[in-house]
Design a protein around this ligand. Sequence first.
Ligand code: SAM
Length: 460
Amino acid sequence: MSKINLPLAFETRMKAYLGKEEYEAFSNALDEEVPVAIRYNPFKPIPPLENSGKIPWSSNGVYLNERPVFTLDPLFHAGAYYVQEASSMFLDHILQVLQPAKDGIFLDLSAAPGGKSTLLSSYLGEDGFLVANEVIKARAAVLKENIIKWGLGNTLVTQNDPEHFRDLEGYFDLVLVDAPCSGEGMFRKDPNARSEWSPDHVQLCASRQERIMDQAGALVKAGGLLIYSTCTFNEAENEEMVKFISQEYSYEPVRIPFDQSWGITETVIDSEGEFYFGYRFYPHKVQGEGFFITVFRRPESAPSLQPKKTKEYKHPYITSVGKQESERLQETLSLPDQSVFYNLQDSFFWLDAAFQRGFEFLSRYLNIRYFGVELGKFNKQQFIPNHELAVSRFAKEGFMQYALDKSQALDFLRKEDLELPGIPEGWVLLTYEDQPLGWIKNLGNRSNNYYPKEWRIKMR
Ligand code: SAM
C-alpha cells in the first residue's frame, strides 16, 4: 500500500507543539508497526496467549508478539478476551486508583464497539450495573454483540442521542464520554484517517463534543466521576474541552498518580485559576496509539437523582415475570437467588435484583437494545435456551456439554453441520478449551446448529 502523507496543517501544528526534535521521533513512530494488545475477560479464564508482556497500566491487558488471525480463534468469539489498543486501557488504571464503588450505576455514553464498556463491565463484575449507549444503529448492533459475548449480564445496551438522557441528570455514579473525534491518534493504525482529516473537521468535532458534554456534564451524581477521552492530539478537542466542561459545570479536578517510566505525558490545564489534569499518550513514548483522557469529580453539593420505586412496572414491550414463572426459571436454570425476570418478545431475560429499580426507571426514558442475560423460553415442559445464555457467565447446570477441538469449533462458528461422535441427544452446550461457544440440538439422526447466523464466520 502506498504511504499516505501526514496532512501539512497537522504536521505544522504538531511541530509547534512538540518542538522539531521531538516531532521527528513522533513522526518516525507513526511509520512503525502497530503494537497488538488484548484484554482478558476475568470471568472467562483461559491460558495466556503468546505475549510479550503485561500492559503496565492495565490489570488484564497484554501485548501480543504478533497479530494472530483473531477471526480464526474460537476463544475470541467466546468473549474470553477483547482486542483493544493499549493506551485506552489506562481507564483501568484510573478505576484501580480511584476505586469508584462497584455497586454503582455507570454510563458509557458513546460506547460502540464496546472496548471501554467491556472494561467497565469487568470492573463492575457481579456487583454493579452499566448502561452502554451508542447513538448509531448499526454500531449499537456491534456493541450489543460484544456485550453479549463478554457475558457478565451487568449491562443495559441502549441506542440514544445524548439529548435523550435529559431526565437523568444527577443519576450516574460514573459517566464516561469517549467522544467521537478527529482521530489523529489513529494515523498509524488506520492510514485512511490521514486523508479524512482537515482543520475544519477538527473544529466540527470540537463543536460536537461541546454539545455532547453540555448534556453529559449534568448526568453525574454528587461525588461521582466524569471521564472524558479522545484518540486525538489537538488541544481544541482535549485541553480546550476540559476548560469548557469545568466552566459549564461545577467539577473538581482529579489527578491520577502513575509511574513515570510508563511514558505518559501529564498536561496541567489552567481553567480560570483552577488546575485540571489531562493524560496524553504519544506513540513515540508509549507502546500504544495516540490517546487523551481526563477525570473530574462532581462536588458533594451537586444534585443527585433518586428514583422512587413504582408499584407496577409498565413498559410498551417489556413485561415483568410473575412469581410462579420466576421460580420455575430459577429452578430450571439454577440462577442466583437475587434474580428478577422480564419478558420480551416471548423470551425471558435475567437481571440482578439489585438493579431492578434502576433498570425499570431507565427503561422509561431510553431505547433498549439489550439487557441482563437473555435466557430463552419454555415450550411446554422443555426449556429452549438462547445463545446469550450459552455465552453468559452462568454455569448452565443441567445441560449436557461437549468439548470441541479447534477445527470442530471453527465449523460450529461457521454454522456448518457437525459430525460429533457419541454426542448425547437433546440440547448440548458446545465448549472449546472450557469456554462455551453455543448450542446444538441433537435429534438422533441429525443435529441443528444454533449459532446466531448474523455472527457466523465466513473465513476459512
Ligand atoms: N468507546 C468506544 C470503545 O472504546 O470501543 C469507542 C467510541 S468512538 C471513539 C465514539 C463513538 O461515538 C462512536 O461509536 C460514534 O458512533 C459515537 N457518536 C457519534 N456521534 C455521536 C454523538 N453526537 N453523540 C454521542 N456519540 C456519538
